[in-house]
Design a protein. Structure first.
Length: 103
């Protein structure tokens, strides 16, 4: 695995706002407003419940994306650290054998 492979993995996770064609701020504002509407339903100030299902679904999608992003970031950091360690060990072996000298 090389750096290009890692970048492909990182870019494969699409943010929920990108999937919906929105900007991050617009997505957050929309989701916040819908949760306010749900709060109004719970408190009896609103009767139209059509917004509930999509809001819950979008919130779950966002939570899953955040969790996946966190796990992916950790995995990428681990992969990069292992690549650096392997490269360092390989260079050490080459120098120890005396086959390649730095100039």
């Amino acid at each position: 695995m090389n750096e290009l492979d890692i970048k492909k993995i990182e870019s494969s996770l699409v943010a929920p706002w990108e999937a919906k064609g929105l900007g991050a701020e617009e997505y957050a504002h929309d989701l916040t407003e819908r949760w306010k509407a749900i709060n109004d339903i719970v408190n009896g100030r609103r009767e139209d419940t059509s917004i509930v299902k999509s809001t819950i679904q979008d919130t779950i999608e966002f939570m899953v994306w955040v969790s996946a992003k966190k796990e992916l970031s950790s995995a990428v950091a681990l992969l990069r650290a292992q690549m650096i360690q392997a490269r360092s060990k390989h260079e050490h072996k080459i120098h120890k054998k005396g086959t390649i000298k730095r100039t």
